[in-house]
Design a protein around this ligand. Sequence first.
Ligand code: ADP
Ligand code: MG
Length: 321
Amino acid sequence: MDEFELIRRYFAKLTPPRNDVALGIGDDAAVLTPPRGHEVVVTTDTLVAGRHFPDDTDPQAVGWKALAVNLSDLAAMGAEPRWFTLALTLRMADPEWLAGFAAGLGALAREAGIALVGGDTTQGPLSITITAMGTVPAGKAIRRTGAKVGDAICVTGTLGDAALALKLGQGESGGRGESSSAELESLRLRLNRPWPRIAAGAAVRGLAHAAIDLSDGLAGDLGHILAASKVGAEIDATRLPMSPAFKALSEPEQRLALQVSAGDDYELCICLPPANIRKLQARLEMPLTQVGRIVRGKALTLLDSHGKTIALEPYGYRHFA
Ligand code: ADP
Ligand code: MG
């Protein structure tokens, strides 16, 4: 199977057509038609085998996640996903791996209604780069720069599930008695099949000052908003939302680190005027939790149940660090 056969077999018909694709896979480049009055929002993310996922990871999970991390970035901007390209580097054309990868990728692409419009296929160490494009009404993209003193800091969903799944998967003790396999499975799904918060991102437009998706942990990612907006934040450790599975399978003393310093939740962190919280919640189909507030200064402070400061390492994962 050569490069062209591979593209035809696995990718040429992976996603349903969209009428804003004037020309898709098969030419030197794609031609796309953004709606009038909208801006195009573009993001790219690479997953490298051995760095972002173990080589023997289920290829369906790899395909799903490679797109999910990009859709999560579009969601954080408030963008509606439309098109993506796929640059795939493979050691060999393994039909079993490719079929699984395409199935995972295609499943999320169809869920999100995003079309694969092109890419590149090369031989080398396994690596996947997706560039995703979406649109927002002109001027309405949600940036990292707008957070204001007095804003509430809210997160969608729950925090720490993916990090706990990773920890349990690595053979460390989850503690706390027998883990029901349904709970463990729900954590694994959070790690391997994250649902990008696309609808939530669009709902946030017009209500929030700033937003970011949580790919590196709350402390690190909120830190990016703080730096960009030149403000500080206080986070109430006791308010961080936990899933039932997380509560059941984590040790109380490990929770804070999993929820604040570990990544991969792909929830949204949103800074908005407190008066807008109810309006936003009414637009969402998932829980929104206020976890803190924007304050003067530039520090990120974590508070315990008595309002006392907890020390933390405020950094997410950094390549080349
Ligand atoms: P060129 O040599 O002109 O850059 P290619 O031979 O790399 O074109 O690709 C042929 C067509 O297949 C192009 O339309 C390209 O966008 C598409 N394509 C290549 N690899 C992939 C892939 N992994 N997924 C989707 N489309 C791809
Ligand atoms: Mg060409």
